[in-house]
Ligand binder design. Structure first.
Ligand code: MTE
Length: 355
């Protein structure tokens, strides 16, 4: 199902909210809050009060504590600009989700302000703690699981949790975190796909053994089994990927100079080059990269192509990052997550545009 709501996000599924901007709304380096994609797992979105909200710290070597928002805000904070992308962005969804997944716009960049998770644990975390489990205040039916789920849950390895850039965030682009993005506090795990950035945070549990639960074992894995479950390795670090903002696929364009532009991102790595090929990948031209460069954030790119022939014009865009990773050339037929292959666009060059 696809419904339109004026100038705001397109609601592409209403079972649990899944909304995303149109490509034409995406030119800015910082995504305005009202155009930032929304990905909820459950129909009931928590409505939490900032006074009553508590974050419970529990587990191995941790003294049980309930942290208030006022306390969190009293700690030294920092802000980071981070591009967040849904692991399913551009992949092959099932049923009604399929169409919107191809749109590649479940990605946005915001300035997040918060407190490093590590700052909450005054006493040293015992060396036996290998992972932390983050739980949200939301739960209910997940279409991939027969039994209702208590709460959204993600297990994250110790080193990533205690990294100085992993934040408990209460502000998004200078405003209190909007309800749909996790009010009052969410986790932001820079460089990892969005599923680990748990919204409406309820608790953090330190563990010495893996918890083993639906969201770690059967969801957000790289392969699908015949039984419809997911297997393979866990989806975590973002791949290198690019998005063409203009022109759009199928667009009719006048003969002459054609400006081509878009965005590219690579998780915790930097985007070092974005190339375009007009001959199916035999030769590549470097695009010009935008001046705005921030760690964990996307980078703008552009190139002007001189079209001197009418007819279809095909091009392919491929980004490369500072770790030497390049976008895969071929789309994988049955891959749900990490769909970071190159984008292919066909436009039609015409001698004149009809009114
Ligand atoms: N956290 C909770 N508690 N519940 C959720 O459904 N969805 C996750 C993640 N955190 C989710 C969550 C997924 S899959 C993504 S991609 C991001 O939140 C989306 O964040 P956004 O809706 O703010 O863009």
């Amino acid at each position: 199902m696809s419904t339109s709501s004026g100038d705001g996000l397109m609601v592409t599924r209403v079972r649990a909210e899944l909304s995303q901007p149109r490509v034409s709304q995406m030119g800015e380096f910082i995504t305005p809050n009202h155009l930032f994609f929304i990905r909820d797992h459950f129909v009931n979105r928590p409505a939490l009060s900032d006074d009553e909200w508590r974050l419970h710290l529990t587990g191995a070597g941790v003294q049980d504590t309930a942290v208030s928002l006022a306390y969190l805000k009293s700690l030294p904070s920092k802000s980071l600009t981070v591009t967040l992308e849904c692991a399913g962005n551009g992949g092959y969804g099932r049923g009604a989700d399929r169409q919107q997944h191809h749109m590649r716009t479940m990605v946005g960049t915001a300035v997040w302000r918060g407190v490093p998770v590590a700052a909450l644990f005054e006493d040293e975390i015992p060396p036996e703690v290998t992972e932390f489990v983050f739980r949200g205040y939301d739960g209910g039916e997940d279409p991939d699981e027969p039994v209702p789920i208590d709460c959204y849950t993600r297990s994250i390895p110790r080193a990533k949790v205690l990294d100085v850039d992993t934040l408990l965030v209460y502000q998004m682009n200078g405003e209190p975190l909007p309800r749909e993005h996790g009010f009052p506090v969410r986790l932001i795990v820079p460089g990892w796909y969005g599923m680990d950035s748990v919204k409406w945070l309820r608790s953090i549990e330190a563990r010495t053994t893996p918890l083993g639960h639906f969201y770690d074992d059967h969801k957000y894995r790289t392969q699908w089994t015949d039984a419809g479950l997911q297997a393979g390795r866990r989806v975590r670090e973002m791949g290198v990927k690019s998005l063409v903002l203009s022109p759009s696929n199928g667009q009719r364009i006048l003969l002459g100079d054609i400006p081509i532009s878009g965005l590219a991102w690579a998780g915790r790595n930097d985007v070092t080059s974005v190339y375009i090929s007009f001959d199916g990948g035999q030769s590549w031209q470097p695009t010009e990269l935008g001046d705005e460069v921030r760690p964990y954030s996307w980078r703008a790119w552009s190139l002007t192509h001189k079209a001197d022939e009418v007819g279809p014009l095909d091009f392919v865009v491929r980004a490369v990052d500072s770790a030497g990773r390049a976008q895969p050339m071929e789309a994988l037929p049955a891959r749900n997550y990490e769909a970071n292959w190159v984008q292919r666009v066909r436009v039609f060059v015409v001698a004149g545009l009809e009114p």
